[in-house]
Write a protein that binds this ligand. Structure first.
Ligand code: SAM
Ligand code: SF4
Length: 432
């Protein structure tokens, strides 16, 4: 279990409550322990009334200093190791794909794109502060979203042109009913080596075994806090225990590594960095600290970004043995900077989109739920593959449209300070 304690307080009372008198202070909202009282969503209202905004000084949400040692999931491992290319090859049944020139997905800067992220939906069962704008989003009408067949057609053509890895994302991909079918049909694509999912883990534990059997090879589960009450604050929903269950299920099913995505935000979860590192001690968990990125409606501010350098220094102080390492199956285009720590089964990575961009080795393309192709996460250019398909484009014409967009891809995106002024979709509509 991830046993943990948290105290919520207004900034004014924080220092005063470090000492033994903390429980006497009326402004402490709660202490949350597995066996103790739990906070409901409304428990935030007094201390925070005014704000649910990330990073605001009040309320400060910070962890009690002690129980790092107890933050361990001990998971019975099966003999199965998923993630191997052989596994997916063995599962493949038919659906051969005619080879297409790799040049179609190679841009004018010499970058070949072998990694496609497909957003399956704009819907989500959480409302993360950094992803979903407070006012919500206008959902694209269902008939304007890509159908299962359109998703598979796009995937098939991209794989034929050299894509070897597809990640299914969203919104929350597990809310899409045809997810199992999509995975099964993807695994039939010759040349596709990796079928990954990025999910919030709320319902994953119920479907993971079936998805694994259908061909899913890699799992990223997003979890920004180990503190249940803070989870409710950050996601505006309950479900912390279900996410932990999904992480355990993924470990037990043999996914290795099980990637856990943590978006670091100053004043929100930067006090939990070492606790997250502790998750890697006994389990094949790769904790990925992601720099907080600006998107429409997420109230991003420079001061809320916890940089890779800062997080690394903190970890290095506690774990001097931390050193660069390759993860299983990692290649040079991997965006994470990956590290191992002595005697830890898992690993720690940093996704440094804000402070060290990785545009030079970018191999990613994105197709969003409405069928728009986005060649750069921070670029505004979009090309509708859905419209092309529905207008009757044949495969050749469709790939010409794709290729023309790829050729327009810029060498690098803007710097951190310009990004916040860039008009972009909200993250939930792009698909992370
Ligand atoms: N719902 C799924 C999930 O949460 O994992 C998939 C979609 S979500 C948009 C994909 C990833 O983007 C998640 O790991 C999430 O934490 C990350 N993300 C969302 N907004 C972000 C932001 N502003 N900065 C950095 N990462 C962000
Ligand atoms: Fe939903 Fe994922 Fe965005 Fe959170 S990060 S609101 S879980 S899509």
């Amino acid at each position: 279990m991830f046993a943990h304690g948290v105290f919520l307080a207004c900034g004014r009372h924080r220092a005063a409550n470090r000492g033994a008198s903390r429980t006497a202070c009326a402004r402490w909202r709660a202490a949350v322990f597995p066996s103790g009282p739990r906070l409901g969503a409304t428990d935030f209202s007094d201390a925070s009334a005014a704000s649910t905004e990330v990073g605001k000084a009040s309320p400060r949400v910070f962890a009690k200093e002690s129980p790092r040692a107890s933050l361990t999931v001990t998971i019975p491992r099966t003999a199965v190791t998923v993630g191997a290319v052989e596994q997916i090859a063995a599962l493949r049944v038919s659906e051969s794909t005619p080879g297409l020139p790799k040049a179609l997905l190679t841009d004018t800067h010499g970058r070949h794109h072998s990694y496609l992220r497909i957003s399956l939906t704009e819907k989500c069962n959480l409302r993360c502060l950094y992803c979903m704008p407070e006012e919500g989003i206008d959902l694209t009408a269902n008939d304007k979203l890509m159908t299962t067949d359109e998703v598979i057609r796009v995937a098939k053509l991209f794989v034929a042109a050299g894509v070897t890895k597809i990640r299914l994302t969203g919104g929350e991909p597990t809310v899409r009913r045809d997810l199992g079918d999509i995975v099964k049909r993807l695994r039939a694509l010759d040349g596709l080596q990796t079928i990954a999912i990025t999910t919030n883990g709320i319902t994953l534990h119920k479907k993971l075994e079936e998805l694994r059997n259908n061909g899913l090879t890699h799992v990223n589960i997003s979890l920004d806090t180990l503190v249940p009450a803070k989870f409710e604050f950050l996601t505006r929903r309950k479900g912390h225990d279900r996410v932990l269950r999904s992480i355990k299920a993924a470990c037990a099913l043999g996914f290795d590594p099980v990637k856990v995505n943590v978006v670091l935000m100053r004043g929100v979860n930067d006090d939990e960095i070492l606790d997250f590192v502790e998750m890697t001690r006994h389990d094949p968990i790769n904790v990925r600290f992601i720099e907080y990125m600006p998107f429409d409606g997420n109230k991003w501010e420079t001061k809320k970004v916890v940089s890779y350098a800062e997080a690394f220094a903190l970890i290095e102080e506690k774990h001097p043995s931390i050193r660069r390492a390759l993860l299983p199956g990692e290649d040079k285009s991997e965006v994470g900077k990956n590290f191992k720590i002595d005697n830890h089964t898992g690993s720690v990575s940093f996704v440094t989109s804000m402070t060290h961009n990785f545009c030079g080795s970018c191999n990613r393309l994105r197709v969003m739920a409405d069928g728009n192709l986005k060649v750069c996460l921070f670029g505004q250019a979009e090309t509708s593959l859905r419209d092309a398909m529905r207008a009757g484009a044949d495969d050749e014409a469709l790939m010409e449209t794709v290729s023309a967009a790829v050729k327009r891809k810029a060498a690098a995106h803007a710097g951190m300070h310009d990004l916040k002024n860039l008009k972009n979709r909200s993250m939930i509509k792009i698909g992370g």
